[in-house]
Design a binder for this molecule. Sequence first.
Ligand code: ZN
Length: 326
Amino acid sequence: MQNWQRLSRWQAKLLRIALKKHRISHAYLITGARGTGKKAVATLLAKTLFCEYPEGIEPCNQCNMCKRIDSHNHPDVHWIQPEGKTIKKEQVAHLQKEFAYSGMETNKKVYIVSAADTLTVNAANRILKFLEEPSKQTIAVLLTENSQSILPTIRSRCQVIDLKPLHPQRFKQELMDKGISESQAALVSTLTNDMDEAFRLNDDDWFAQARKTMVQLIEALAESVNDAYLSIHSQWESLFKDRDQQEMGLDLLLLGFRDILYFHMEKTASMVLFQPDGEKINRLAIRFSQEKLIFILQLTLKAKQKLKQNVHPTLVMEQLVLQIQG
Ligand SMILES: [Zn+2]
């Protein structure tokens, strides 16, 4: 996340207002499901506090301070992460000692605790002591997917920032407001909930190519096994090289077949991969019945599972093609 502007306007609104008014709390608990941008918000907060050339609350992302925070290499911004499955007392003690040594300086200090729900009881108690005797210069930021597992005593001393996943429709609108085309916004908002990721996908040549290739594969599937095989060996294999890419490919395939199903059900406003290509989808809808589409969606989900089980990706795709045709 490069700046607050990139964050959805619904997210962390109170925090942004507080920063504008220079009313920083000494402890924050940032909660939210995976992918809602907890680390990004914590990093931005640190950058806003330390940046040498901020514009309003926006960090410059260029100065030494910003760069060091990005690389987790800033002397006054400490990250604590679980070692193994938990965050141990010693990790917190080590941090507190370090802060105590430099206590003579007037520097601000920020410590960010990832997966704060994994603090052991002893570690949590040490943090609690920290929070009970706040120093003006020290800001604690705790992150968790699992806010119910945070001790109420800790929770009550933090300002809670809850990062909710955005409704795709609302997110799509925001992407369009920020200059992304409607057809891209429709697709990207179904794949991610993160503004930065959305912009990355939008600007990514690979992603544009992947979208095209999957549309072509669906068209080939509507024709013949041979066409589909050809599409896999001439295009798919060279484009979808690693596991993440292959999974993304299958996600795009799912969205494409779902579009055709939506077309049958006259829910064209919900289409994403084929939007707004009405003529193409009309042809495909004649080729694939609703029953067949539901069957294909199940097969594609199974193919995703096979990828996770390390079945060879080309084999997964070939089997999928055969089953769809069969
Ligand atoms: Zn900066």
